[in-house]
Design a protein around this ligand. Structure first.
Ligand code: NAP
Length: 472
C-alpha cells in the first residue's frame, strides 16, 4: 500500500515488508517515510488544521458517521486484514472491527456534545459586572502514534476524537501493522474528510519519531505503546499536550470465597487473548493460599485445551505472536523463572512465533515474569495469605493500568477498588475488559490522560476562558 502525505498517496524507493507472522508470507509492502516526509506531513497538517477548524460540529460528526457506515460495509475485509497483519485469531480481528466502529460512532456523537460553560464571575469579590464563558477549541495538529496490537481500534481511539474536536491528525502506525491504519485513512477520505485533515506516515519510529514529536507546530501527541518509548517521547516532546497509554503487568486477586470455575474461565479468557499481547492481559494471578491448588487444578485443563495455530483457522484460539523474536523473549523469561524456582504447570514450548499457552506457578515478585511486562500467552501465579498482602503484591509494580478481584464479599471488593493503584478495576472478572466509551487509562508508569471518545476529545481540545467586562 502507499502512504498518505500532503493530500497524495505516495510510494518511496525504500519500502518495509509487512508479513504474516504465522508463515512469514508477504502480505504487502509500505513506504519507509523519511524526515522530508515528516516535514511535508506537518506542512500539510497546518493547512489541514485550518480546513478542519472551518467545519461545523455537524459536518465533523457526519464525516465520522459516514466512516463508521463504510467500516460496517467492509467489516469482514477489515477483520481479515487485522488478523493477517497482527496475528490475532480471526474472531478477535472481527471483534476489533466492531469495537472500532463503536469508537468512531462514539467520536461522532462527541463532536456534537463539545461545549463550554458559563462561569459565575460575579461570585468573586471583584467580579460584579463580569460575565464569563469557556470555549473549547481544537489543538490544531495532533500526532497519533499507535502500537501493533490493536492496529485499527487504537488508531480510531486517536483519530476519531481528534477529528471530532476539529483537528488535523498525523498518524504514525506501528511498523509491524500499518495496513489497517492506511485502510482507515482511505475510508475517512471517502467519508468526506478534508484531504489534508489527515496524513498517515509509515516508517520506523526510531527514524522519524523524534522529528515528529519535537516539532513545535504539533500541539498534541497521543501515544499508545511501551513505557520506554513513552518516556522517550515525553522527554523529546517539549511544551505540548501529551497523552500516554502505556504498558502493565496486570494483576488479578482470587479471594478464598471466589467461584473457582468462574475464575478459571475468566483467567483463560483474559490471559491468552491475542496471544497475551494486550496491555491489560491478566499477567499476575495472586491466589489465596486456601484455594491456590484448587485454582490451578481448575485452570490447567482450560489452558491446555486452547488450540494454537494459524490465526485464520476458525477453530484456533491462540495465534502467533507478532514476531518470532517476541516468542523467543517470552520463552527466555519463562526459562529464567523456572531456573530460579518457579514451576511450569503447562505450556512452555515454542514453535516459530507461536508460544504455547503457559501457566507458571510459585512465582516470586522479584522474578522478571512478575515485575516486568510479559506481553505474551502466559500467566504467573503467586500465593498470598491476607487481603492486605494481596493488595501490597498488586501494588508492587511500577505499572497501574488494570486489575481484577474475585470475591463475593463487598467489603473486600470495596477495599480492592479503593486501595489498588490502577486506572481500571474489575470486580469478578479479569483485568482485560474494556468498553470503548469508558474512561480508560493508567496510573503510575502506565501513563496519563484518558481515552474513550468523551474523555479523549477533552485531551484534544484546548479550553479558553472569555471574560466580558460589562459596564452595566
Ligand atoms: P512500541 O514499541 O512502544 O511502539 C509503539 C509505537 O511507537 C510504534 O508506532 C513505534 O513505531 C513508535 N515509536 C518507536 N520509537 C519511537 C520514537 N522514538 N518516537 C516516536 N515513536 C516511536 O510498542 P508496541 O510494541 O507497538 O506495543 C506494545 C506496547 O504497547 C506494550 O507495552 C503495551 O502494553 C502497550 N499498549 C498500551 C495500551 C494502553 O492503552 N495503555 C494499549 C495497547 C498497547 P515502530 O513500530 O516503527 O517502532
Amino acid at each position: 500500500m502507499k502512504m498518505y502525505v500532503a493530500g497524495h498517496w505516495i510510494d518511496k524507493p525504500q519500502t518495509i515488508d509487512v508479513r504474516n507472522s504465522y508463515d512469514n508470507a508477504l502480505i504487502d509492502t509500505v513506504p519507509r517515510a523519511d524526515q522530508g516526509d515528516v516535514e511535508r506531513a506537518v506542512q500539510s497538517a497546518e493547512r489541514g488544521a485550518r480546513a478542519m477548524a472551518k467545519l461545523t460540529s455537524l459536518e465533523r460528526a457526519r464525516i465520522l458517521l459516514r466512516a463508521a457506515e463504510l467500516m460496517t460495509q467492509r467489516k469482514e475485509e477489515l477483520g481479515q486484514l487485522i488478523s493477517r497483519e497482527e496475528g490475532k485469531i480471526i474472531a478477535e480481528g472481527r471483534a476489533e472491527v466492531l469495537r472500532a466502529i463503536d469508537t468512531i460512532t462514539g467520536s461522532a456523537e462527541e463532536a456534537k456534545r463539545l461545549h463550554g460553560e458559563t462561569i459565575p464571575l460575579d461570585a468573586a469579590s471583584h467580579g460584579a459586572g463580569k460575565f464569563g464563558v469557556t470555549l473549547r477549541v481544537p489543538c490544531g495538529i495532533v500526532v497519533a502514534i499507535s502500537p501493533f496490537n490493536f492496529p485499527l481500534n487504537l488508531v480510531c481511539h486517536k483519530v476519531g476524537p481528534a477529528i471530532a474536536g476539529g483537528n488535523a491528525v498525523i498518524v504514525k502506525p506501528a511498523t509491524d501493522t500499518p495496513l489497517s491504519a492506511l485502510r482507515l485513512t482511505e475510508i475517512l477520505l471517502e467519508a468526506g474528510l478534508p484531504p489534508e485533515g489527515i496524513n498517515t506516515l509509515t516508517g520506523g519510529g526510531a527514524e522519524i519519531g523524534d522529528l515528529l514529536v519535537s516539532d513545535r507546530r504539533v500541539r498534541k501527541i497521543t501515544f499508545t505503546g511501551s513505557r520506554d518509548v513513552g518516556e522517550h517521547i515525553c522527554r523529546t516532546a517539549g511544551i505540548k499536550r501529551v497523552t500516554m497509554e502505556l504498558g502493565s503487568n496486570a494483576p488479578v486477586i482470587i479471594m478464598p470465597d471466589a467461584d473457582l470455575e468462574k475464575v478459571a474461565t475468566a483467567v483463560a479468557a483474559t490471559g491468552y487473548a491475542n496471544a497475551g499481547q494486550v496491555c491489560i492481559s491478566t499477567q499476575r494471578v495472586l491466589a489465596s493460599g486456601r484455594v491456590y491448588a484448587d485454582f490451578l487444578d481448575a485452570l490447567t485443563p482450560k489452558v491446555a485445551a486452547l488450540k494454537v495455530g494459524n490465526q485464520l483457522d476458525e477453530s484456533v484460539k491462540v495465534g502467533p505472536m507478532v514476531k518470532e523474536k517476541e516468542a523467543i523473549r517470552v520463552e527466555e523469561w519463562i526459562k529464567e523463572a523456572v531456573s530460579t524456582g518457579a514451576r511450569l504447570v503447562t505450556g512452555g514450548t515454542r514453535h516459530g512465533a507461536m508460544y504455547a499457552p503457559t501457566i507458571v506457578a510459585d512465582v516470586k515478585p522479584e522474578m522478571k515474569i512478575s515485575y516486568d511486562e510479559l506481553f505474551g500467552p502466559a500467566v504467573v501465579v503467586t500465593p498470598f495469605t491476607e487481603i492486605e498482602d494481596a493488595i501490597a503484591l498488586a501494588n508492587d509494580s511500577r505499572y497501574g493500568l488494570a486489575a481484577g478481584i474475585f470475591t463475593e464479599n463487598l467489603e473486600w471488593a470495596w477495599k480492592f477498588a479503593r486501595e489498588v493503584q490502577s486506572g481500571n478495576l474489575h470486580i469478578n472478572w479479569g483485568p482485560q475488559w474494556r468498553a470503548d466509551l469508558m474512561p480508560y487509562g493508567g496510573l503510575k508508569e502506565s501513563g496519563f490522560g484518558k481515552e474513550g471518545p468523551a474523555y479523549a476529545i477533552e485531551e484534544m481540545t484546548e479550553l479558553k476562558m472569555v471574560v466580558f467586562h460589562l459596564s452595566s
